[in-house]
Design a protein around this ligand. Structure first.
Ligand code: ZN
Length: 229
């Protein structure tokens, strides 16, 4: 019965791949298998001291860091991420989180990790947008890895958009903008912090410094869905 209803819904509202627009098969969600296969992987998680880890080494303490896909302007991935952030497609974030989570989980990247937290968004920005895309990424990551999402991080103020800023300007812009709501939830735990795109690394760096200062027993795994090179 459920399958018949799904078929009827699909007839009137066909499910299509968010990238190529092809008709999705039953087991496919948001993206078709072929588009998922062609997304550009960094494979950083397979490298010792990978380029993402080099961005943070000696600056903030962490166990592992990676950016899973290579981000380039005008790419299909960039368009999907733009839709996820600005065009009311949080399901894209959830699916990307699942894909990244499945691939990292198989490689042992999460070994020693206990929980996941999304990079927080200031409440006013979330009200205006209607959702925080990184919450959806974290939820997909949780589905794939089995690690629970914990609500511990908070953005205490809204900051200016950072697109055109240098690393130093971004850090000054972000200074003091995050707070750890409940340190007891992450004391002595392995915490995965997930962001959507890592460009200069300023957001993850600021959050990691705040956690290291407030809860130094937390072991950090820094992860972004996409990373610029
Ligand atoms: Zn496709």
């Amino acid at each position: 019965m459920r399958q018949i209803l799904a078929d009827i819904a699909d007839f009137f509202l066909p499910r299509t791949c968010h990238i190529c627009g092809c008709h999705l098969r039953d087991a496919e969600e948001v993206f078709c298998v072929r588009c998922i296969e062609t997304l550009p992987r960094s494979l950083y998680h397979l490298m010792p001291l990978n380029p993402m880890e080099r961005r943070f080494a000696g600056i903030v303490p962490f166990v592992r860091a990676t950016g899973h896909f290579i981000y380039s302007r005008n790419s299909e991935l960039a368009a999907a991420i733009h839709d996820m952030k600005y065009r009311q497609f949080p399901s894209v974030g959830r699916r990307l989180g699942e894909i990244v989570g499945e691939e990292l989980n198989m490689s042992g990247f999460f070994d020693g990790a206990d929980c996941i937290s999304a990079v927080p968004m200031h409440w006013w920005k979330e009200v205006r947008r209607g959702y925080n895309q990184t919450d959806h990424i974290a939820s997909g990551l949780s589905n794939a890895s089995g690690l629970p999402v914990v609500e511990v991080l908070e953005a205490t103020r809204s900051h200016k958009t950072q697109t055109a800023m240098t690393l130093q300007q971004r850090q000054a812009n972000l200074s003091g903008s995050f707070r750890i709501k409940d340190p007891t939830k992450i004391e002595g735990k392995g915490l995965v912090i997930v962001d959507d795109v890592c460009t200069t690394g300023a957001t993850l760096r600021t959050l990691a410094s705040e956690i290291a200062r407030t809860v130094p027993t937390t072991r950090l795994y820094l992860l972004s869905i996409a990373v610029t090179v």
